[in-house]
Design a protein. Structure first.
Length: 424
């Protein structure tokens, strides 16, 4: 029986694995490394976060994004956006050096069993573990507006369903949303010759501003400190003190989780988007109904004033984000999910200070922990905070059971004593 099985091999899963391996835990890691970044983002996309805020986490800090960039003879510089493809390659480089070998099979179920958990892989193999860390990323939690749910994948998709947008060249697409995914998807479509309609409930588009230099007058830094989530003291609170956020009343956490760091486009995207002649922007509107119209889609769009208009489009891409919740996860079986205390409107597992759910030994990370720990867990920046504390929680859990970690410690102490005796 392993000390820990990590389900997921994205930035959070790999960071947890790196810390767990360094701690001497007997662990397995399952999942396709950096799958969301490799398989669900079209070429031409860039990181929205600053390079220095996009590091995966290892205990020595030896495998950051800047170190990887140096191997390519380039720099990861503040204020210079990096291609998503480069970030995905960085994750694979990190996995090879900082984490144990990753088993790319998908885990299809996690159930409780005597002494821990029983996990089943996609080919039916079963694996036992004393503890489990769910670092499943965002893909299980996609949001598609209710009026679009009755359409097939040939008519409506989520923005994360696309590794490329070439199939829409020369056609017309309606993109739903006002965040980075919507705006960047619309820009990429327009740049390849697609006619794009952007529909958003917001009355205006928001754009992040060019980040100030890292080196600046002290007073400016005091007024608006740099953080991994942007400048400002609110962002500093979310980025640097997730443990404080976890102590807020549940209603306060829920309000901040749904409203903080709301939809906005990156500063470097604005000129590209606004200069794209093929993008029709319709603000203050939302989809009321949607139905097939031959090979096209007929949308009824409604305004906040109650007016409606019908339009037809070749395809709809919903860039409408993700909501973490147990009902969408579909991974916990045998009644395990029913035992968990939940938080947030989506019903995500409530997490302790060590990222442990209410079921002993079951830990959560990434977006699944965001309703407990706040906005930082929606971004790569939260991986370091998570990995350090989660692995410490796992060590306490398996150490208390006298698992392999205890044996590792005993062996280390024995070797130290033998070394001291031979030196004497």
């Amino acid at each position: 029986m392993h000390d820990l099985v990590v389900v997921g091999a994205g930035p959070y899963g790999l960071s947890i694995a790196a810390h767990a391996a360094a701690a001497g835990l007997d662990l397995r890691v399952f999942g396709r490394p950096m799958a969301s970044w490799r398989d669900h983002m079209p070429p031409g996309m860039f990181l929205k976060s600053e390079p220095w805020a996009s590091d995966l986490s290892d205990p020595r800090g030896a495998f950051g994004l800047a170190a990887y960039a140096a191997t390519l003879g380039t720099e990861a510089r503040h204020g210079v956006p990096l291609p998503v493809g480069l970030f995905a390659s960085y994750g694979l480089w990190f996995a090879e050096r900082a984490a144990p070998p990753v088993d790319e099979r998908t885990i299809t179920s996690v159930a409780a069993c005597p002494g821990g958990f029983l996990l089943t892989a996609e080919d039916g193999e079963r694996v036992r573990a004393r503890t489990v860390a769910l670092a499943v990323g965002v893909m299980p939690f996609i949001d598609i507006p209710a009026p679009l749910l009755g359409l097939g994948r040939d008519q409506v998709t989520h923005s994360s369903h696309h590794a490329g947008l070439e199939r829409f060249a020369g056609g017309d697409v309606t993109v739903i949303g006002a965040g980075q995914a919507a705006l960047e998807t619309a820009a990429l479509l327009a740049e390849q010759g697609t006619n794009v309609r952007l529909v958003a409930r917001a009355r205006r588009l928001n754009w992040n501003t060019l980040p100030p230099p890292l080196a600046r007058p002290a007073l400016a830094g005091v007024r608006a400190p740099h953080t991994g989530l942007g400048c400002g003291w609110k962002n500093w609170l979310y980025a640097e003190t997730p443990g404080v956020f976890r102590r807020f009343p549940e209603a306060t956490r829920a309000r901040i989780f749904t409203s903080a760091l709301g939809p906005a486009g990156a500063w470097w995207l604005r000129e590209r988007f606004e200069s794209a002649a093929r993008i029709e922007v319709r603000l203050g509107e939302s989809v009321v109904t949607a139905a097939p119209a031959g090979e096209r889609v007929r949308l009824e769009l409604g305004t906040t004033a109650g007016a409606t208009e019908t339009v037809e489009t070749g395809h709809v891409i919903a860039a409408t984000g993700f909501t973490p919740g147990l009902d969408r996860l579909g991974l916990l079986t045998g009644g395990l999910g029913d035992t968990l205390r939940t938080v947030g409107r989506g019903g995500a597992p409530e997490a302790s200070a060590a990222f442990e759910s209410s079921y002993p030994g079951l830990f959560v990370a990434g977006l699944l922990s965001a309703p407990s720990f706040g906005p930082a867990m929606r971004f790569v920046y939260g991986a370091s905070y998570t990995a350090e504390r989660l692995v410490a929680g796992v060590r306490r859990r398996v150490g208390a059971r006298g698992g392999p970690l205890a044996k590792v410690r005993q062996r280390q102490r024995r070797e130290e004593r033998e070394g001291q005796l031979s030196g004497a």
